[in-house]
Design a protein around this ligand. Structure first.
Ligand code: PLP
Length: 413
């Protein structure tokens, strides 16, 4: 019968191969152009090896290994015990927006009007809202390459164009005003940066950020700064782009510093005048962020929680200080010092001409999972491998030893 499409039912253990399943309707171009996360392939392989009894050292995971701090969990339990788990307003609980504003006051000496703060489902929700609110079809966003992969896909999903700004170690993998000015075009809507950044762990200092903001402002563009790793910096005091003016869009999250990845909670600070537009989008996209997570996060800024989080930051610093010299001793290059987040973006060119091949070899031979540069853009991706120090120091040491063994054996290359 023409037009009849038969779905083949997939056994639950079978990986989806959508290319072979007849689809009832064509997949939208925006979806076809979204790339998968390569690291998920490695993660799948890691899980297979673990199912076969192999021990895998996970250095690919982009989330803290620590549990959510007890005061946050307790606040959630207390709230849940009341059973009144309903929607909140679309921009979030007033008390949480106040608490976030209080955080900016206490930590950075800044007065941010809570009405400018939208509580979102993670930084992901904040990025989506900002890009949806600011992007018309064909609008161009400048995005550093390498960078967090989802940004370009968010831009694509809202019919914008993501223009890669190739960044290298000589500028700490951050764009320069000259690059931004040279790549600017009539359709340019703005520039997105992250500090500290994923995958490189590098930061923009206040001066560099101010110069970028000035360059973008002068062209009537928008500066969107992702501060999701704020608080996770080592030897450098955390800063916020909000100190540079009220005209920036700033993304943040409870995922990383606050150790709440699975709670799905973040926030977006918008310039005055945009609140209503963001609210309308949030109403339809999400209704609201998780109510339980919002009540839990009310405990995130308490002094007791801060103490726990600062001890963890110290632990991350020690892990980084263990990893950097050890990787260099193994022949990896660390051309830009990572002073934040929990990543090391290592140059593998002295060891292999393809970081993806090396990642495969490390997982198969050494049982060490890492993330190849391919996930983060097109600028020398095969030259870099991302190591996440989101596992205990003893495990990092174990991983390093196994990597050394695998590199020594040199087999399988
Ligand atoms: C730079 C950056 N932005 C945004 C996100 C999204 O984080 P979440 O939605 O968990 O807050 C991540 C996650 O790894 C990230 O690295």
């Amino acid at each position: 019968m023409p037009g009849l499409v038969v779905f083949r039912v997939r056994a639950h253990h079978e990986p989806a191969d959508t290319s072979r399943i007849p689809m009832p309707a064509p997949i939208a171009l925006r979806c076809q152009q979204i790339q998968p996360f390569h690291v998920m392939e490695l993660l799948r392989r890691a899980r297979e090896l673990e199912a076969d009894g192999r021990d895998i050292v996970h250095m690919e995971v982009g989330e803290p290994d620590f549990p959510t701090p007890a005061p946050i969990v307790e606040a959630a339990s207390r709230f849940l015990a009341g059973g009144q788990v309903h929607y909140t307003g679309s921009l979030g609980l007033p008390a949480l927006r106040e608490a976030i504003a209080g955080h900016y006051r206490e930590r950075f000496g800044l007065d941010v009007d809570p009405r400018r703060i939208a509580v979102t489902p993670g930084a992901s929700g904040a990025l989506m809202l900002a890009i949806a609110a600011l992007t018309d079809p064909g609008d161009v966003w400048q995005i550093p390459d390498p960078g967090y992969p989802s940004n370009r896909h968010f831009v694509r999903a809202f019919e914008g164009v993501a223009r890669a700004v190739a960044v290298g170690a000589e500028t700490d993998f951050q764009p320069t005003p000259e690059q931004v000015a040279a790549a600017w075009c009539d359709r340019c809507r703005g520039l997105m940066v992250a500090s500290p950044a994923n995958p490189t762990g590098t930061l923009l200092d206040n001066g560099a950020l101010a110069r970028l903001a000035e360059t973008v402002r002068a062209r009537r563009g928008v500066m969107l700064v992702d501060e999701i790793y704020q608080g996770l910096s080592y030897g450098i005091e955390p800063t916020t782009a909000l100190a540079l003016g009220d005209d920036l869009f700033v993304v943040n999250s409870f995922s990383k510093y606050f150790g709440m990845t699975g709670w799905r909670l973040g926030w977006l600070v918008v310039p005055a005048g945009y609140e209503r537009q963001i609210e309308k989008l949030a109403q339809h996209f999400f209704i609201c962020a998780s109510t339980v997570a919002q009540h839990a996060a009310l405990a995130a800024f308490a002094p007791g929680t801060r103490e726990i989080l600062e001890a963890r930051r110290q632990e991350f610093a020690e892990r980084r200080d263990l990893l950097l010299p050890a990787l260099e001793a193994l022949g990896f290059g660390i051309p830009a010092r990572p002073n934040g987040a929990f990543y090391v973006y290592a140059d593998v060119s002295r060891l292999d001409d393809d970081s993806e091949a090396l990642a495969r070899r490390l997982i198969e031979q050494a049982g060490v999972a890492t993330t190849p540069g391919l996930d983060f853009g097109n600028h020398w991706p095969r030259r870099f491998l991302r190591f996440a120090y989101t596992t205990a120091r003893s495990r990092l040491e174990e991983g390093l030893e196994r990597i050394a063994g695998s590199l020594r054996s040199g087999a399988g290359t």
